[in-house]
Design a protein around this ligand. Structure first.
Ligand code: NAD
Length: 518
């Protein structure tokens, strides 16, 4: 997920190098990696050791013990205790702390971005945009939470009811590896703003930046236990989802895991938010602005090595402009620079892991076997030492695709674009919706009436007209169909982190009819 706003981007690029860099990277690598009740702690019943790799070099970064259920319990109890104090603060008091957290993230933007690049392998300029969007989330929710109010409903006589919004309690957060701190911040900021506390489990591939966030939150004055981090994989995540004192689970990840999370939560009647995968369409009509369509197609396919949930990997181009669009797209893709993610001009970084690279390459191979043609890329690129053991895959454009191919139907989660053509509006709407997913989509046209007609019919939680992958925190984000449940961001998310309490106030006498005789 991205927030690409021209001015914001220019600001970040200009100011990033000037931000404070007082923290040591080795500090975050040396552990302990759990952060519970205001301290870094080593798990007591650790399950396993997770070897964390630096994707850019393929070298080991650190070894993180996965937490067992005792550790999950410890963290949940700390969060439960902290909830008593935190939930009693006024919304404005909590908002003030969130605003300070946003500033603290900005002050440390370069440092956090560098840790993110070390751990994820995405280009540094992208990491800066991601981390700025984390600050945005804290600032947005810090700014709006003071105005979260309930209802007053008058009845006959002087009786009335008030409907108040109350926090849920302890929220379990589970994050994905592609936007490690962003998937975390989009949960923590609204959850804490509403008065909940949180235990967050990052992806085992990218455990580091959540720990930095925990430290920063405590530095600006969040109470101990308000935000806790436990490390681990599926077993740790499952223990968190099943813990009886967790009131809600907010999950970002794949559909398969989302189903497991929902089932575990169902046993405890816990609320869930699920932010899952996608296979989104980008529809480019023959009157579209060519350059903007190409730029947006790059943004909708090749950022973060293609590992973006909302990516528009099914690119439908009107047959009249298909050939010229494809030429422009290939030209632009050739100019992407694969390289050291720390270099300012790198636009394609390293793939997160060997396993993931194999999965992406398998999709390309299967696509070729079923008749797709690689018009560009899709190959391993070997870089000179010390990057020679990192895995770099050139962004791939597949042509000769059809809607029944596996690569067109499934989420690849890599930089693999399926180029498809269409001839009519009705046809493309039907084909765009012919997927189990419904996370996002885009329409490129200069005809506003057509744009409005098409977007009304597209089955997706977010649609862009003439742009792609823009996610300001002010608007909700989430999926239709298999892409998820609930929303993050916007005021919509406040519904998901609060529950309503109706209080009826009787101003007269109890009238119980003939039930009571004097
Ligand atoms: P994943 O499903 O493999 O893992 C996600 C998280 O779930 C990890 O922290 C993992 O350790 C944990 N987990 C695994 N098994 C679990 C279980 N049984 N119970 C509880 N937790 C468990 O996904 P991933 O590979 O980390 O991320 C990629 C996926 O995430 C893609 O499908 C992508 O589209 C999706 N994603 C969605 C959004 C969104 O906002 N919609 C954003 C980013 C990523």
């Amino acid at each position: 997920m991205k927030v690409f706003q021209g001015k914001l981007m220019q600001y970040i690029l200009k100011n990033a190098v000037r931000t404070v860099q007082y923290r040591s990277f080795t500090n975050v690598l040396s552990g302990p990696f759990n952060y519970v009740d205001g301290s870094k702690v080593t798990p007591v019943d650790f399950e396993d050791n997770i070897v964390v790799i630096q994707p850019s070099t393929g070298k080991r970064l650190c070894c993180v013990p996965a937490s067992g259920s005792k550790d999950v319990n410890h963290a949940v109890l700390a969060a439960k205790l902290a909830f008593k104090e935190w939930s009693r603060q006024s919304n404005t008091q909590r908002g003030r702390l969130l605003l300070s957290a946003g500033k603290k993230i900005r002050d440390n933007l370069e440092y956090i971005s560098q840790v993110e690049v070390n751990n994820n392998g995405k280009p540094i300029w992208e990491a800066r945009v991601d981390i700025a969007s984390c600050a945005d989330a804290f600032e947005y929710f810090g700014g709006i939470i003071g105005s979260l109010t309930g209802q007053h409903v008058p009845f006959q006589g002087n009786s009335f009811a008030i409907v108040s919004r109350e926090p849920l309690g302890v929220v379990g957060g589970i994050g994905a590896w592609n936007f490690p701190l962003q998937t975390c911040s989009w949960k923590v900021a609204p959850a804490l703003a509403c008065g909940n506390t949180m235990v967050f489990k990052p992806s085992p591939l990218t455990p580091l930046t959540a720990i930095i966030l925990a430290e920063l939150l405590e530095e600006v004055g969040f109470p101990k236990g308000a935000f806790n981090v436990i490390q681990g994989g599926a077993a740790t995540g499952n223990a968190l989802c099943s813990h009886p004192s967790v009131a809600k689970v907010s999950f970002t990840g794949s559909v398969d895991t989302g189903v497991k999370v929902m089932k575990a939560a169902a046993d405890g009647i816990k609320k869930v938010t699920l932010e899952l995968g996608g296979k989104s369409p980008i529809i480019i009509f023959d009157d579209a602005d060519m350059e903007n369509s190409v730029k947006a197609t790059l943004m909708g396919n090749f950022l973060s090595q293609g590992a973006v949930c909302s990516n528009g990997t099914r690119v439908f181009v009107h047959e009249k402009i298909a050939s010229s669009f494809l030429d422009c797209l290939i030209e632009a893709t050739k100019k992407l620079k694969i390289g050291d993610p720390f270099k300012e001009d790198t636009t394609v970084g390293a793939t997160i892991s060997n396993d993931h690279a194999r999965k992406v390459l398998r999709y390309i191979e299967n696509a070729k076997k079923s008749g797709a043609v690689v018009a560009y890329g899709g190959e391993i690129v070997t870089l000179p030492p010390p990057l020679n053991e990192g895995i770099y895959i050139s962004p791939c454009i597949l042509t000769n695709c059809n809607d029944t191919m596996q690569v067109v139907k499934e989420e690849v989660f890599g930089a693999v674009l399926s180029f498809l053509t269409f001839s009519s509006e009705e046809e493309v709407i039907e084909r765009a919706n012919n997927t189990k997913f419904g996370l996002a989509g885009a329409v490129f046209t200069r005809d506003i009436q057509r744009a409005m007609r098409v977007i009304r019919q597209l089955e997706a939680g977010t649609i862009w007209i003439n742009n792609y992958n823009i996610y300001p925190p002010e608007v909700p984000f989430g999926g239709y169909k298999f892409s998820g449940l609930g929303r993050e961001n916007g005021t919509a998310v406040l519904e998901h982190y609060t529950q309503q309490k109706t209080v009826y106030m009787e101003a007269g006498n109890v009238d119980c009819g003939p039930l009571y005789q004097k």
